[in-house]
Write a protein that binds this ligand. Structure first.
Ligand SMILES: NC(=O)c1ccc[n+]([C@@H]2O[C@H](COP(=O)([O-])OP(=O)(O)OC[C@H]3O[C@@H](n4cnc5c(N)ncnc54)[C@H](OP(=O)(O)O)[C@@H]3O)[C@@H](O)[C@H]2O)c1
Length: 266
């Protein structure tokens, strides 16, 4: 199975490395197209014979073509690669906000899988939500999911609108976590810890809390009750969060991200 990754930036490199490290794709079957060769240079795992800086007939040989350029670069890219794309090739797009119908029209293809990964894919801890056009059989979808899962976990959704919802939750999600962590680090420093001590306290607290949550059936609310005893310190903090309706504000932020994802896609 020959795989071509178009765009060797953050995500393109992540995919290339994950496919090869998992041995799901062999070195001879992985091809990269990026307009600048310097971008591909850090990818020492990929054979230089398989790296291209301009479109050519090699594109037609790929069973799966992965589109990993920025959404705004897609119209130009589509014009450049369309002469080499065959209608039966499977296209896997990770571009935010570009709908399946737009890819079908721009490339003259029939079969497109669209997915929304997130940044922790870089370390095999990514979360990807994906959907597909008609005409892709279960076996092919399974192959695509295996490829995606080399970067972490994934779920399939029938409704393409859910990709916009996933963009708001898991796509942008790492930034929300860092926002919350940063606020806790700042609070730690204001209480007298050094920045590096505060960072360690917060990092380990996030990791420990998530791992603990994953190892048990308890809900977040049940875990909160386990930490917060009546009249205690945690309750004092939670009271302030409730007073300022922090949960509602987080919800409103995520809805704004959802609306923006829909706007960008239309
Ligand atoms: N980064 C994330 O966390 C994340 C998460 C989910 C989804 N995504 C999606 O993943 C896609 C890639 O994101 P990224 O952060 O990896 O972008 P990136 O770092 O900018 O990488 C894109 C690469 O494609 C190259 N390129 C642009 N136009 C090209 C063309 N016509 N032919 C060949 N190569 C071309 C770029 O070259 P130049 O730099 O020279 O332009 C760059 O090397 C985006 O559509 C984004 O929406 C990213």
């Amino acid at each position: 199975m020959k795989i071509l990754i178009v765009g060797s930036g953050n995500m393109g490199k992540t995919y290339a490395r994950s496919f090869l490290a998992s041995r799901f794709v062999t070195e001879t079957d992985l091809f990269i197209l990026d307009k600048s060769r310097e971008q591909v240079e850090p990818l020492t795992e990929v054979s230089s014979r398989n790296v291209f800086d301009s479109p050519g007939p090699f594109i037609s040989d790929a069973n799966i073509v992965i589109l990993a350029v920025k959404p705004q670069d897609f119209p130009l890219l589509a014009n450049q690669i369309k002469p080499f794309i065959k209608s039966e090739q499977l296209i896997l797009s990770i571009m935010a906000g570009i709908q399946i119908s737009a890819i079908i029209t721009a490339l003259g293809v029939n079969r497109v899988v669209r997915c929304m990964p997130n940044l922790p894919a870089q370390i095999g801890m990514g979360m990807t939500v994906f959907t597909s056009s008609a005409g892709i059989d279960k076996r092919e979808l399974f192959t695509v999911q295996n490829l995606i899962n080399t970067t972490g976990k994934s779920i399939y959704v029938e409704d393409e609108n859910m990709i916009d919802a996933a963009t708001a939750i898991s796509g942008s999600g790492p930034a929300y976590v860092y926002y919350f962590m940063e606020a806790m680090i700042q609070a730690g420093v204001s209480m007298g810890f050094s920045p590096s001590e505060a960072e360690l306290l917060v990092n380990q607290t996030f990791m420990g809390a998530v791992h603990l949550h994953n190892q048990n059936e308890l809900t977040c609310q049940e875990w909160i009750k386990k930490v917060a005893s009546k009249g205690g310190t945690t309750e004092a903090a939670l009271k302030i969060f409730d007073q300022f309706a922090v949960d509602d504000k987080i919800g409103a932020g995520l809805l704004a991200a959802f609306e923006r994802a829909k706007e960008l896609g239309s």
